[in-house]
Design a protein around this ligand. Sequence first.
Ligand code: FES
Length: 162
Amino acid sequence: MNARSPWSEDRATAVIAANRHLRGALLPMLHALQEEFGCIDEEAIPLLARELNLSRADVHGVVSFYHEFRRSRPGRHTIKVCRAEACQSMNADGLIEHIRRRLKVDFHETTADDAFSLEPVFCLGNCALAPAVMVDETLHGRVSPARFDAITASTLATEAAR
Ligand code: FES
């Protein structure tokens, strides 16, 4: 389950300052901000630009270049769906279509209730049990649309029971 702090300019300034001494400080700062807040908040861009004497466009360019940086806060659970070859050959595309319709989100988006974020991955190391999906830290193999629905329902039920 993802649990991250809400945006705070003071906290972001402290995170940036803590990484100021590092070589090529922008990337460590971005990683630390994402670790703290779960994404690179739009409000972090001018803080980084000012700190590093860069333009906002430069900072934006780096954030968009590296796919691991999120622009929106993640949901409480992250669903990673494999798009690599073995899973493709077992109709991962059909599963992805089902997931998009079911959750009403595309990749890199979070459901309206903040429950799930959907991310593509390229091989989860579970090729023999394709198509593969990872929900938070749990790997699932041979995921059919019906099985996907059962996995997400069980994730929500476990969360509600806590
Ligand atoms: S190709 Fe999907 S898990 Fe390896």
